[in-house]
Design a protein around this ligand. Structure first.
Ligand code: DX5
Ligand code: ZN
Length: 219
């Protein structure tokens, strides 16, 4: 499978959201990455249902919704109603993670779990069989434009090994500081989906940057 590119709407120009959505529609990108922050789980607040519902009207690609919120089970159904296709919750935000994952699946969405940079991948061992996707955070969540944490490469390698045994179809997505300088080594390590905010939206030609990220291949 060719790797997937998910531009992060967090880095879009919210005053020109429709324009930026059309740009992604017309690009080689695969998904829209939608970062929801509650100001509690992470030290930032992004946007919620009204913005997602409005964006969904114009978007022609799946919504990969990354919930950086506490007690996500309270809102899973509402995010599904707002147009999510994949819902990813944080390992660190769920006491009853297995229940939340089943809840996500019952809405018809694909289920993902995100892990912060300090969370070891082996903690996912017993939930992996139930997951469609694991989102490996390569920055501390909360803000776009941060620097990639290099230790992520080892985590991706370890997760890929685990997935090969338990859940070979697992999508391994990396989020934070991803760009042309590190996407190749992340692919080599076993990741196959990539969020990019700053790398795309701060590029002189975002459309071309998406094409460049999509074109990277490993031997
Ligand atoms: C960070 C978010 C990311 C962010 C990535 O908390 O989860 O999705 O938008 O942005 P860049 O690619 O700029 O690090
Ligand atoms: Zn994200």
């Amino acid at each position: 499978m060719k790797h997937l590119i998910a531009p992060s709407l967090l880095s879009a120009d919210f005053a020109n959201l429709q324009r930026d959505i059309e740009m992604i529609n017309n690009s080689e990108a695969d998904w829209f990455h939608v970062d929801v922050m509650d100001g509690v789980f992470v030290p930032n607040i992004s946007f919620g249902f009204p913005v997602i519902t409005a964006a969904k009207k114009y978007a022609k690609k799946p919504f990969d919704v990354h919930l950086m919120i506490v007690n996500p089970e309270r809102y899973v159904q509402e995010f599904a109603n707002a147009g999510a296709n994949i819902i990813t919750v944080h390992y660190e935000a769920c006491v009853h993670l297995h229940r939340v994952v089943q809840q996500i699946k019952s809405t018809g969405c694909k289920a993902g779990v995100a892990i912060n940079p300090h969370t070891p991948v082996n903690l996912l061992k017993d939930i992996l069989v139930d997951l469609d996707l694991v989102l490996v955070m390569s920055v501390n969540p909360g803000f776009g434009g941060q620097q990639f944490i290099p230790q992520t490469l080892n985590k991706v390698r370890e997760l890929k090994q685990m997935a090969n045994q338990i859940r070979p179809e697992l999508i391994i997505e990396v989020d934070g500081g991803v760009g042309l300088s590190n996407i190749g080594s992340l692919m080599e390590a076993g990741a196959n989906a990539f969020v990019a905010g700053n790398a795309i939206f701060a590029a002189p030609d975002p459309l071309q940057m998406i094409a460049d990220l999509k074109q990277v291949e490993v031997g």
